[in-house]
Design a protein around this ligand. Structure first.
Ligand SMILES: NC(=O)c1ccc[n+]([C@@H]2O[C@H](COP(=O)([O-])OP(=O)(O)OC[C@H]3O[C@@H](n4cnc5c(N)ncnc54)[C@H](OP(=O)(O)O)[C@@H]3O)[C@@H](O)[C@H]2O)c1
Length: 274
């Protein structure tokens, strides 16, 4: 039976590599993106390698776009085996410099878009009594860092959601997996959304952290590694609930586990500002 996969945010980075990796694994893959004009590169590769990749419009900020994409897939294929919730962006700025609108927009893309997409695929997954939901969180879904409270809280929310629905969906044969990349070399940093007030009281820490993030991004892990981890997770008989990706992610998570809160805060300051 043909297996069907959907990836959101497939125009670049982790989503692009994951859509290709799924197609190479034999899945008929819907590489969804909000601007399908960005789909030519993945389609060229798919053609050369004879992969089953279909580019489909899906903007996670728009409920109608999510519903019409998922409805089309269900009508065409009558099944969905894997959903990778990957679309997202990175808003930086200290809390006092962020408007409620900035925060709501961050949550719309990084959290509510995922909620709506999961709700849209669940009826077919429950009917077929199988399915895998992969949520691309971040090491920032388990650790707070300064200057990124909007992004961090959207990923913490995603972790909480994922942990909770694992229990709800397990009886229906549906697995939920969280992917926690560290710093990955993608467009995420070039397309950072910055909410920085030139007269901000937080100018110094904001600049320090943005410079730190930019430097870390240069040395980031390849998005191919994340795609590889996603394939490993979905092909495993009993997937773990979480998969960190990258040495930096493992290092931060280990430090968080082994240190007291105060020790860990000092460690983060040293890693980010020095
Ligand atoms: N890079 C990292 O260090 C890192 C670390 C941990 C977690 N992550 C997570 O990994 C995921 C993928 O990011 P990436 O690093 O691969 O960055 P990326 O190359 O910038 O990819 C982000 C993708 O999300 C899409 N997107 C943004 N808003 C969207 C919307 N409203 N509807 C549909 N698609 C939308 C982008 O589409 P457009 O081309 O149209 O903008 C793009 O395809 C994100 O959830 C991010 O938080 C990244």
């Amino acid at each position: 039976m043909e297996k069907i996969a959907i990836v959101t945010g497939s125009s670049s980075g982790i989503g692009f590599e994951t859509a290709l990796a799924l197609a190479r694994e034999g899945y008929y893959t819907y590489a969804t993106m909000r601007d399908t004009k960005k789909g030519s590169k993945i389609l060229d590769i798919a053609k050369k390698e004879n992969l089953k990749v279909e580019v489909l419009e899906l903007d996670v900020d728009k409920e109608t776009s999510i519903k019409s994409a998922i409805n089309k897939i269900v009508l065409d294929k009558n099944r969905i085996d894997v959903l990778v919730n990957n679309a997202g962006y990175f808003l930086v700025g200290c809390l006092e410099d962020l408007s409620i609108g900035d925060l709501k927009a961050q949550f719309e893309t990084n959290f509510f878009g995922i909620v709506t997409t999961i709700q849209a695929v669940l009826p077919i997954m429950r009917k077929q009594k199988s399915g895998i939901i992969v949520n691309v969180s971040s090491v920032a879904g388990r650790i707070g860092f300064p200057v990124t409270p909007a992004y961090i809280s959207s990923k913490f929310a995603l972790e909480g959601l994922s942990e909770s629905i694992r229990y709800e969906l397990e009886p229906f044969g549906i697995k939920t997996i969280i992917i926690e990349p560290g710093v990955i070399k993608t467009n995420l940093f070039a397309s950072l959304k910055k909410s920085i007030n030139p007269n901000s009281a937080y100018k110094e820490i904001t600049e320090k952290v943005i410079n730190g993030i930019t430097m870390m991004a240069e040395m980031g892990t390849s998005p191919v590694e994340v795609a590889r981890t996603i394939i490993k997770a979905i092909t495993s008989e009993n997937p773990l609930s979480r998969y960190p990706v990258g040495n930096d992610a493992v290092m931060f998570l280990e430090a968080k586990k082994s240190k007291t809160d105060a020790e860990f805060e000092n460690y983060v300051k040293k890693e980010l500002y020095s």
